[in-house]
Design a protein. Structure first.
Length: 296
């Protein structure tokens, strides 16, 4: 990932003021998403045993390299792992631009919000183009509110990323080229990042909180079929069930754990969701459409 990042920015400066830099924007979008997946693994202590080393590497990968607060995301993601798909306790399904439960849809107020919920399945992929910017906005908001443990260090690294990124665009490209590079880079980054997370829980049951640990994690998660290429593209999150049962297990080992977990779930009668990649997106979209049905 470090080599990809260096190669991308080197190509950017070598090309200079050229529309060919839009190809670099697409390449860096993939690179940024892959670095975000590395930061995810660091947050789970899959790479280093100690919290301190993991946090330092995570801040370099998150704050400095891609402009997303490591501390903010780790806090949010920890809550998600503790109660996946829980309507009140999982921030990933909390009502926001999109809503994931009929109850949240019924509570929508305002003409625009209700229109958004009615059509959210159609708007899902277009809205992913804004995901990267949304995460940065929430990162800055969390840092300003003091909800991040190493606030000063994270703020300095995030500020360095933002200043360096925007300065590079303004210094090298024409104003129109800079705007196009920004739009292509951030939009593709958001879409790719969203596509790595969308198959994992969307459209799966929402627990009540009374389930035991195994059922709480397995029943709310979905695995995606695929080989090594799928593993690389989704950062191992296609083995979502195993990841939720053993969050500190290094990503390369999830594939090896998968048949063991699947056999055990069959033995104890716990449903084990396994689908293709395209089908996982279809399930998520059908769920979003069904949630907005009452408003239509």
């Amino acid at each position: 990932m470090t080599l990809m990042l260096v190669a991308g920015w080197t190509a950017f400066f070598q090309l200079g003021s050229s529309w060919w830099t839009l190809t670099v924007a697409a390449f860096l979008a993939v690179t940024f998403a892959q670095i975000a997946l590395v930061a995810h693994d660091l947050a789970h202590r899959q790479v280093f045993r100690t919290t301190g080393t993991s946090a330092r590497a995570g801040m370099i990968a998150g704050n400095l390299a891609i402009g997303m607060s490591y501390g903010y995301w780790m806090d949010k993601h920890t809550k998600h792992h503790a109660n996946p798909n829980h309507d009140d306790l999982d921030p990933d399904v909390a009502p926001a631009v999109l809503v994931w439960s009929p109850e949240a849809a019924a509570a929508r107020r305002g003409r625009f919000n209700r229109w958004l919920t009615r059509n959210q399945a159609w708007l899902f992929f277009p809205l992913l183009t804004l995901l990267g910017l949304s995460l940065r906005k929430d990162s800055i908001k969390s840092l300003r509110a003091g909800r991040v443990r190493q606030r000063r260090v994270e703020s300095a690294l995030l500020t360095a990323h933002i200043i360096g990124y925007l300065s590079a665009l303004v210094a090298v490209l024409s104003p129109l080229q800079a705007l196009a590079f920004f739009v292509v880079h951030q939009a593709l980054f958001g879409v790719y990042l969203g596509l790595t997370f969308a198959p994992n829980h969307k459209g799966m049951p929402h627990p009540t909180g009374g389930e035991d640990f195994l059922r709480k994690q397995v029943l709310t998660s979905r695995n995606v079929r695929g080989g090594r290429l799928t593993d690389a593209a989704l950062g191992g999150l296609n083995h979502q069930i195993e990841h939720h049962l053993f969050p500190s297990m290094p990503t390369p080992n999830l594939r090896r754990a998968q048949p063991i977990v699947q056999r055990y779930c069959a033995e104890i009668g716990v449903p084990y969701e396994l689908t293709g990649l395209a089908e996982s997106y279809s399930i998520a979209l059908r769920h979003l459409h069904a949630v907005g049905a009452a408003l239509r």
